[in-house]
Structures are given as structure tokens and as C-alpha cells.
Design a protein around this ligand. Structure first.
Ligand code: ADP
Length: 260
């Protein structure tokens, strides 16, 4: 049996993931399954491991134990005769292109226009001709509602607009899965809605996503699956409306009573 692939229908599958930062046990045996086209939303108190979960999926962090499959392909390692061998940096870079990540702070290149920020991946990583990359970047900026603002530099855009450029930039690499790490928590309240709207439209278009958020209304409306994390574990999971309206675990109940 090939241990480096599984035939699962899941786009993302995490099996018993542990992550240590030194002595800090940040993930304690986390399982997560996300089907193609599904939006999985993670909520939970600060420090519960939500960001680490995303960072392990896209190999920004090395896992300490467990297995992660994206589209059935084992991430980060090959397994032969029960032993794990790390992939080469080139192989890992190729796997990382399966995911697009959007961070809390829109990490755009300040010296490049919005359009150039979005073109960067297709031009330099995929080696596309400039005109093809430019056309794609235009389409993506239109898609996030920023058609016409492509020539602005990040410093000339609002936080909400910058975050939408960051989403377009992640989409430019045609990822299989989009990962959002509290994409609206650095924004002024009046700018949150426009970013959530773009993410919601992506969900409607069938993009597979894992979204870490504090926006409970968004989790309820857009999520197909909700996980509540506490102290490095998935404490409760299921259908968002069910969990948000009828939480069962005392820790979920305590958390929701503070944020709802
Ligand atoms: P959340 O996203 O839910 O706020 P994190 O995944 O950021 O949680 O953090 C989980 C735990 O891991 C916390 O105890 C945090 O302090 C710790 N942690 C996160 N990143 C690092 C790091 N780079 N080095 C050491 N500890 C870290």
C-alpha cells in the first residue's frame, strides 16, 4: 500500500496532529477533515492553537507527530516501511502551492502596486508571461471588488482594501484550499463587512476553505462545519448552527457566553 497517498474524499485531512514549540504543546492530537468545497470554521479562545493549526496545514510550521494529507497527498514527508523521510525544499514548496493563506495583517509588498502584488506569484513562481499574469490579476481584483484600484500602492488603500488585495494575491496561485487566519481582526469595525463579503462569495463559488475567525455571525452563516478549540484540542465540532445554539461542552458554553 502506498503510504504517501490516501484515497479519501477529503481535500484536507489532519490525523492526530501534535505540535510542540519547545515545551509548549500547542496541538494535542487534532483531527480535521474538510471535503472539497466545504468551509470549515475554527473558533476558540486566544492561544488555543487555531493559528498553529493553519500554519501546520501549509507547512509554515513542522508538525511534531501525525499526518496531514491535502487532496490525498501526504504533506512534508514520504513514508517508506514505516519511516518518515522529509521531502526536499523544492517538493515542499510545490506542496505549499496547494494552499493560499491570508493573514491577520495584509502582508503586501509596500513598494508594489495592488496589481503588481497580485501578479507576483504567477509571474515569478509560475513563470507566466507578464501580459497573462496582468490579465489574471485584473480579473482577480475585479472579483474582490477592486477593479480600477490596481495602480494604487498598499499605503493608498484602506485596511479592508489591502486585505482584499491579499485575498486576490493568494487566489492568483490557484490554490486548492484557502486558509484564513483571523482575516478581519486587524481591521476597523466598519471595514470588516467588505472583507467578509469577499470571503463569503468565495465560499459560494465552491472554494474549499479553513477560516479562523472571531466573527461568530460569519461562522454561522458561511461555515459548513465548525470546530471549537481549547488548549490545543478540538473540544467540540459539528454543524455551526447546532453548536452555536446548543453547545454541549462546558468549555464551548463558557466561551460562547463571553462572545455572543
Ligand atoms: P491561537 O491562534 O488560537 O491564538 P496559537 O496557535 O497562536 O493560538 O498558539 C497556540 C499556543 O502556542 C499558545 O500557547 C502560543 O503561545 C504558542 N505559540 C504559538 N506560536 C509560537 C511560537 N512561534 N513559539 C512558541 N510558542 C508559540
Amino acid at each position: 500500500m502506498d503510504m504517501n497517498a490516501n484515497s479519501s474524499e477529503f481535500c484536507v485531512e489532519m490525523q492526530n496532529i501534535h505540535k510542540f514549540y519547545g515545551l509548549v504543546h500547542a496541538l494535542k492530537g487534532v483531527d480535521l477533515k474538510v471535503r472539497r468545497g466545504e468551509v470549515s470554521v475554527a473558533i476558540g479562545p486566544s492561544g488555543s492553537g487555531k493559528s498553529t493549526l493553519l500554519r501546520c496545514i501549509n507547512q509554515l510550521e513542522n508538525i511534531s507527530a501525525g499526518r496531514i494529507f491535502l487532496k490525498g497527498e501526504l504533506q512534508g514527508f514520504t513514508e517508506r516501511a514505516g519511516r518518515f523521510h522529509p521531502l526536499t525544499p523544492g517538493q515542499i514548496a510545490a506542496q505549499r502551492r496547494l494552499t493560499g493563506m491570508v493573514f491577520q495583517r495584509f502582508n503586501l509588498f509596500p513598494h508594489m502596486t495592488a496589481l503588481e502584488n497580485v501578479m507576483e506569484g504567477p509571474s515569478y513562481v509560475k513563470g507566466w508571461p507578464k501580459e497573462k499574469a496582468r490579465a489574471k490579476a485584473h480579473d482577480l481584483l475585479d472579483r474582490v471588488g477592486l477593479g480600477g484600484l490596481g495602480s494604487r500602492y498598499p499605503g493608498q488603500l484602506s485596511g479592508g482594501q489591502q486585505q482584499r488585495v491579499a485575498i486576490a494575491r493568494a487566489l492568483a496561485m490557484d490554490p486548492e484550499v484557502m486558509l484564513f487566519d483571523e482575516p478581519t481582526s486587524a481591521l476597523d469595525p466598519e471595514l470588516v463587512g467588505e472583507v467578509l463579503e469577499v470571503i463569503k462569495n468565495l465560499a459560494t463559488s465552491g472554494m474549499t476553505m479553513v477560516v479562523v475567525t472571531h466573527e461568530i455571525g460569519f461562522a454561522r452563516e458561511v461555515g459548513n462545519h465548525l470546530i471549537f478549540m481549547d488548549q490545543g484540542q478540538v473540544v467540540e465540532e459539528g454543524y455551526p448552527r447546532e453548536i452555536l445554539e446548543h453547545p454541549k461542552n462546558p468549555r464551548t458554553i463558557a466561551f460562547l457566553s463571553k462572545v455572543l
